[in-house]
Design a protein around this ligand. Structure first.
Ligand code: NCD
Length: 309
């Protein structure tokens, strides 16, 4: 059976630990991996805008010695003519060895996986999930903190539509000693399918607040997010909520000296650029780690599919 990664829960804790070890080894010994995917092709099917996710997938495949084909907007694919995701997946299976797909509709990469004969990786589906950003986040947390358990993590901003938040909470909930602080305006609270199914069911300690500063001194990690303009039904609501939280040096006054400040990027206004110089800022490390963990994931899926040794 071909393994796909649609939800972060498609990977067991052991598999995630293995990917982190592999990424650490790639960082230490890149030359060992330079030809592992020689002659193999990654297809990047991006029906929604992306900078980091698409380019890091592409850079990952090139650094493994492989090649890349694909499209970066729906308008330049046959989706513009009305082709279904299922048919696109069957077609691309004839040309490539592995697919990374981003789509505005929740569930589209799952449909692709059901129809493809090669591994499919979800590179973000609507306001739902973003498992490979989560892998980048977990690698970053592990490299910064040396552990994934016993962490107090604050998630701030658009917790309703922020798919990176949903996937990261799902992943961290499987490690012990997690405490979660959910910081958002009323309208952008975490959806109940994450709050009930993950936090409540998992017996995870969590609090909800509208204040960024209230729990700052307790946090090991502060995960800032952008208000997801493209998922709003009207512009007025977006304009009212977009600047709900702006992290400035003053707001960090009570924070731990080893706090890790994270953000999946793109940043709009949520983190003042002054914070970039703060040694606690980790968001550009996340960008780089995203490439290494995607290399590890491509290797794993292609090995399991029998495409590479
Ligand atoms: C995120 C996404 O696409 O969900 N970006 C990313 O992949 N790093 C976050 C966002 O767009 O706000």
């Amino acid at each position: 059976m071909i393994k796909h990664v649609i939800d972060i829960l498609d990977l067991s804790v052991d598999e995630i630990d293995g990917l982190i070890k592999c990424a650490d080894d790639i960082i230490a010994n890149p030359e060992k991996y330079a030809h592992k995917c020689s002659g193999k092709k990654l297809a990047t099917l991006f029906f929604e805008p992306s900078t980091r996710t698409r380019l890091s997938f592409e850079a990952a495949m090139y650094e493994l010695g492989g090649n890349v084909l694909g499209f970066s907007e729906a308008q330049s694919s046959s989706a513009a003519k009305g082709e279904s995701v299922a048919d696109t997946a069957k077609t691309v299976s004839c040309y490539a060895d592995i697919i990374a797909m981003r789509h505005p509709k929740e569930g589209a990469p799952m449909v692709a996986a059901q129809n493809a004969s090669i591994p499919v990786i979800n590179a973000g589906d609507g306001g739902h999930f973003h498992p490979t950003q989560t892998l980048a986040d977990l690698l970053t947390i592990h490299r910064e903190k040396g552990r994934l358990d016993n962490l107090t993590v604050g998630f701030c901003g658009d917790l309703k539509f922020g798919r990176t938040v949903h996937s990261l909470i799902g992943a961290l909930a499987r490690y012990s000693g997690l405490k979660v602080v959910l910081i958002s305006p009323e309208e952008l609270k975490l959806p109940s399918y994450v709050k009930n199914d993950v936090l409540k069911k998992g017996g995870i300690e969590y609090v909800q607040t509208a204040s960024l500063e209230e729990h700052m001194p307790e946090l090991d990690i502060l995960y800032m997010t952008r208000v997801q303009r493209e998922r709003f039904f009207n512009e007025e609501d977006y304009l009212r909520l977009k600047d709900s939280y702006i992290l400035t040096p003053e707001k960090l006054a009570g924070a731990k000296s080893d706090l890790s400040i994270m953000h999946p990027l793109p940043r709009v206004n949520e983190i003042s650029v002054e914070i970039d110089k703060d040694p606690r800022a980790c968001y550009f490390k996340q960008v780089l780690n995203g490439k290494y963990i995607r290399m590890a994931l491509i290797l794993k899926l292609l090995k399991e599919a029998g495409t590479i040794d």
